[in-house]
Write a protein that binds this ligand. Structure first.
Ligand code: NAD
Length: 294
């Protein structure tokens, strides 16, 4: 399939998990992040992410023998190393301007047929590639992995008429045969498929639990197992995904939906969620979430 080396940019919740999953499939991965302020170890974020994966409990996300396939680094020093990567996956913060700034740098270093993809949950493909060189856009797509990337089979691949068909075929086959994903091709529509449904499902569960005065455990007992997510339930899933992701999704959905779409009215952020974000309770990656985690 001609994908011999991959780079993942962004060593957060998703990027680190995606890099581990690819390394576990036997493919060398470069895992890059930004340089933390005042850092002496310039690969600190990527190194810490890797160390965390090796300790992950109960089932390690990373087989120890495959850890050597991941090379941690930082984007400032290691950008030139991307020149021989066949696939570069962007998994950085959900901000269009920051993502586009990175793409401009990638456009300058990537090799001619390298494929670039974004793991965005909510930003439309046409916004991501706006103003970028035509050939870059033709080799660009959204590969939307779900959390945690190792266990979630679903992978949405969002393309447009502009996307090079060979590139789509190459990534789809690689993700199917090498990474064991169930690839679902998606159109460039607001929230793609899963989040368009999921975001309202989570929002409704939260509102109903508040209105009915349920504890998170009680609510998860009702909407967890019956909805096919027995382990975490809806509230546990929100903690895992990151509660701060919800406003991004809602905003993007609102921006992209036609003005007369009835969903627009529902695409709002519950005050409880805003309050949790403002106080740092963003889930597992923050001080804690619906469940006390930290
Ligand atoms: P995160 O906040 O855990 O990690 C983001 C990482 O990107 C951080 O380590 C940060 O230092 C790094 N970063 C920021 N700017 C950078 C830059 N310019 N260059 C290099 N690194 C940079 O975020 P996350 O939850 O892993 O989400 C990453 C992407 O994946 C987002 O687009 C998000 O919408 C998407 N996504 C998230 C989930 C989820 O469950 N969290 C699921 C699917 C998709």
């Amino acid at each position: 399939m001609n994908i011999h080396k991959v780079a993942v940019i962004g060593a957060g919740v998703m990027g680190a998990g995606i890099a581990a999953h690819i390394a576990n499939a036997g493919i060398p991965v470069l895992l890059l992040d930004i340089v933390p302020e005042g850092a002496t170890d310039r690969s600190q974020i990527a190194n810490t992410a890797l160390a965390k994966l090796l300790k992950a409990d109960p089932a390690p996300f990373m087989h120890k023998k495959n850890a050597r396939l991941v090379t941690p680094g930082n984007i400032e020093d290691d950008l030139p190393q991307l020149a021989d990567c066949d696939w570069i996956i962007e998994a950085i913060v959900e901000r269009l301007a920051i993502k586009q700034d990175l793409y401009r740098k990638l456009a300058a270093v990537r090799k001619a047929d390298a494929i670039i993809s974004s793991n965005t949950s909510s930003i439309p493909l046409h916004e991501l590639v706006a103003g970028l060189p035509e050939d870059f856009a033709a080799h660009f797509m959204i590969t939307h992995f779900f959390n945690p990337p190792r266990y979630m089979r679903l992978l949405e691949i969002v393309t447009s008429e502009q996307t090079d068909q060979d590139a789509v075929e190459k990534i789809s086959q690689f993700c199917d045969f090498k990474l064991g994903k169930g690839v679902v091709p998606c159109k460039d529509t607001p929230g793609f498929i899963a989040n368009r449904i999921g975001i309202f499902w989570i929002q409704t569960a939260i509102q109903e639990a508040i209105d009915m005065g349920l504890t998170v455990e009680e609510a998860d007992a009702v909407v967890g197992r019956p909805m096919g997510i027995p382990k975490t339930g809806v509230f546990g899933l929100s903690d895992l995904v990151g509660i701060d992701l919800m406003p991004h999704l809602m905003r993007s959905m609102n921006r992209s939906l036609p003005t007369d779409d009835p969903l627009r009215e529902k695409a709002t952020i519950p005050p409880l969620i805003q309050n949790m974000i403002d106080t740092g309770y963003t889930g597992r990656k923050g001080k804690g979430g619906f469940y006390r985690l930290n």
